[in-house]
Ligand binder design. Structure first.
Ligand SMILES: C[S@@+](CC[C@H](N)C(=O)[O-])C[C@H]1O[C@@H](n2cnc3c(N)ncnc32)[C@H](O)[C@@H]1O
Length: 348
């Protein structure tokens, strides 16, 4: 049986206090990423004093010292105190995930959380009161104009794309191999953004063709800022609601259903169903709720995130199955990867 916080915390509310201060913990990581602490420590020949860090970063000594200590407190940095002087060094986790240049860097995701998501979440009570996003109040846009709000400037669009890109560094391979998709010759990733997940698909299924389909401005930016030499994926632009969708044997919809109302999702799934030949399929990739409403916490907070900024929500597998069946698809298979994102495959 699940342990209830209220019972374990009656003597002293340790976890509760950590939760209440959770935003401050996030800000410690956000600030260190924004200031370049992890990049500096990664590139340094050895541990550095707070004074050295503050000189290199152009920050106050007092503030830097407090930040470095807090990073030690959450085990992201290490400290050694010999005599009177303290020297700080990075940990393997910080080098791998927090430094900007590392192959598995989450830097872009963290900056987006810090600069875009964090201010939005201060509107959460209002979003919950009204049951809708804040696009009208914040940007003067109708609540359904999701991507006009998200892409309100080129800078915001590029930051969003960077954030989307970095998730697949962690989960891309597990999603691409959640099912054996080698029988699908033409794969189209609808709303495929930078092509990060599509590249994982191309790596896992080298004899399939993989195309990323997205809005024209996104495709242009993806080619300019995120494409690779000898890129294994092709790009095509259009609008999956109002325009033509390219033919495929498998359509991937990763983090697409989460953005829209049930009505719009069904319209899109029906459109895809009619494009599929018998045996053709659709792969949904989402962070899936448990049926018993007990988690995962990442899915529950993602659902709140969808409330503040989109017209959608997160769902448990039964709701995806129902939607897919309503659109005409059969053989719905669910794969929980054990990581953040899960996959659902259905065929016509
Ligand atoms: C939440 S992001 C998911 C991106 C990508 N699938 C991933 O998981 O990294 C939604 C994507 O859908 C794209 N999109 C939104 N509306 C679209 C439309 N009408 N037609 C094509 N793409 C669209 C956005 O540009 C964005 O890349």
């Amino acid at each position: 049986m699940a342990e209830h916080l209220s019972q374990s915390e009656l003597d002293y509310p340790f976890r509760l206090l950590e939760y209440v201060h959770g935003f401050q913990l996030s800000q410690v990581i956000f600030s260190a990423c924004e200031l370049g602490v992890f990049d500096l420590l990664l590139g340094a020949p050895g541990p550095l004093s707070a004074q050295h860090v503050s000189q290199e970063l152009g920050t106050s000594l007092d503030g830097t010292e407090r930040l470095l200590d807090a990073l030690v407190g959450i085990h992201i940095l290490d400290v050694e105190k010999t005599g009177g002087a303290a020297v700080y060094s990075s940990t393997e986790v910080a080098n791998l995930y927090l430094a900007r240049g590392s192959a598995k860097s989450l830097h872009a995701m963290i900056l987006y959380q810090a600069q875009t998501i964090y201010p939005l979440w201060s509107n959460m009570p209002d979003a919950i009161r009204k049951g809708k996003n804040q696009n009208e109040k914040t940007f003067g846009l109708p609540p359904e104009e999701i991507f006009q709000a998200i892409y309100r400037s080129e800078e915001e669009m590029l930051k969003f794309m960077g954030m989307m890109n970095s998730s697949w560094v962690l989960d891309g391979h597990d999603i691409a191999t959640a099912f054996n998709l080698s029988g699908f010759e033409r794969i189209v990733d609808l709303g495929g953004c930078t092509g990060a997940l599509a590249r994982e698909m191309a790596k896992a299924y080298p004899s399939s063709s993989v195309t990323v389909f997205d809005l024209p401005e996104v495709v242009e930016a993806a080619k300019k800022h995120f494409s690779l030499e000898d890129d294994a994926v092709a790009f095509q632009s259009g609008d999956f609601f109002s325009g033509e969708i390219p033919a495929a044997d498998l359509f991937v919809l990763a983090r697409i259903i989460q953005d829209w109302t049930e009505e719009k999702c069904l319209a899109l799934l029906r459109k895809i169903y009619h494009l599929c030949k018998p045996g053709g399929g659709v792969l949904l990739v989402e962070v899936m709720l448990f049926e018993n409403r007990r988690g995962p916490f990442m899915a529950q907070i993602s659902s709140l995130n969808m409330l503040v900024r989109t017209a959608g929500r997160e769902r448990p597998p039964s709701q995806y199955s129902h939607m897919l069946n309503q659109a005409g698809f059969h053989n719905v298979q669910i794969c929980r990867t054990g990581k953040t994102y899960d996959a659902i495959l259905a065929t016509r």
